[in-house]
Design a protein around this ligand. Structure first.
Ligand code: F6R
Length: 263
């Protein structure tokens, strides 16, 4: 079972998640990061950028792999995930663009792009720590309901719910791409550590189904239950439908008490 941490707000979640990432980067300065886009990871990226500015971590040796990219959207488009990762991760953390990779959503033989990306991740030694958000329909990456639990990076059709949720980043729903290229659930499960975050009442059903429902391709986020090293950091609104929230609070408090004990 994942460690589940219920926090006050996104700022607190960002600092808890960033401290997990920082610990990993300090232990291994060549860490390979798995990067999500969307709103959820922003407070984590901001907290990591602060840690870089204050010289608490050195990210010069890290590399990063984005989870996904829109199909047919050129990298220079402001809403391509390449551009988003540049704005939210590369620039604030002072990385060079060649430290971070995104699946290609354009170019020749696009059906080969998934296998190319898998090969690049393997070549880098695999992802050490992966940050994840979750869609209101339970997707992780862009693995929409029905995705194979063993899937690898490939082209997927976006669910209408996902296109509606992401219309806020585009001028209108019509401008939201219909397809994407996304790491698969099998790719995500191969990362050595997972950190999933979720905020707000519109994530409460997805969070409850992913953490407490059956492991099922109908709720792609439920794969997190199969990972041996996973942390889930959520605010009170996203935790509202968890049956065992009191136990998770108790377990987290006692883990902190144990950490505070000097052996
Ligand atoms: C983004 C991604 C998606 C988002 C999810 C939540 O790279 O893979 O799974 O994490 O759609 O989006 P936000 O964070 O915008 O609520």
């Amino acid at each position: 079972m994942a460690e589940i941490i219920i926090v006050r707000d996104q700022a607190e979640a960002g600092s808890v998640a960033a401290s997990i990432f920082a610990k990993q980067i300090i232990a291994n300065p060549g860490t390979v990061l798995g990067l999500a886009t969307g709103s959820t990871p922003l407070s984590t990226y901001a907290a990591l950028a602060r840690a870089v500015r204050e010289d608490r971590i050195d990210v010069s040796g890290v590399r990063g792999f984005a989870l996904d990219e829109y199909l047919g959207v050129p990298p220079q488009h402001p809403e391509s995930y390449r551009s988003v990762i540049t704005r939210e991760v590369v620039e604030p953390l002072g990385l060079t663009p060649d430290q971070v990779f995104t699946p290609r959503g354009t170019g020749p033989d696009i059906t080969l792009a998934g296998a190319e990306y898998e090969a690049m991740i393997t070549e880098a030694g695999g992802i050490d720590i992966q940050i994840l958000g979750i869609g209101s329909n339970g997707h992780v990456g862009f693995n929409e309901p029905g995705s194979s639990l063993a899937s690898t990076t490939r082209i997927k059709a976006l669910a209408e719910q996902t296109r509606k949720d992401n219309a806020r980043f585009f001028g209108s729903l019509e401008e939201v791409p219909t397809h994407c290229i996304t790491q698969g659930l099998g790719t995500i499960l191969r990362a050595r550590q997972l950190v999933l975050l979720a905020f707000g009442a519109n994530k409460a059903d997805a969070v409850a189904a992913a953490l407490e429902g059956p492991v099922s391709s109908a709720v792609p986020g439920s794969v997190i239950q199969q990972h041996a090293r996973a942390t889930v950091i959520i605010d009170e609104d996203a935790a509202a439908k968890l049956a065992h929230a009191e136990y998770y609070r108790h377990a987290w408090r006692s883990a902190q008490d144990l950490n505070a004990v000097a052996f």
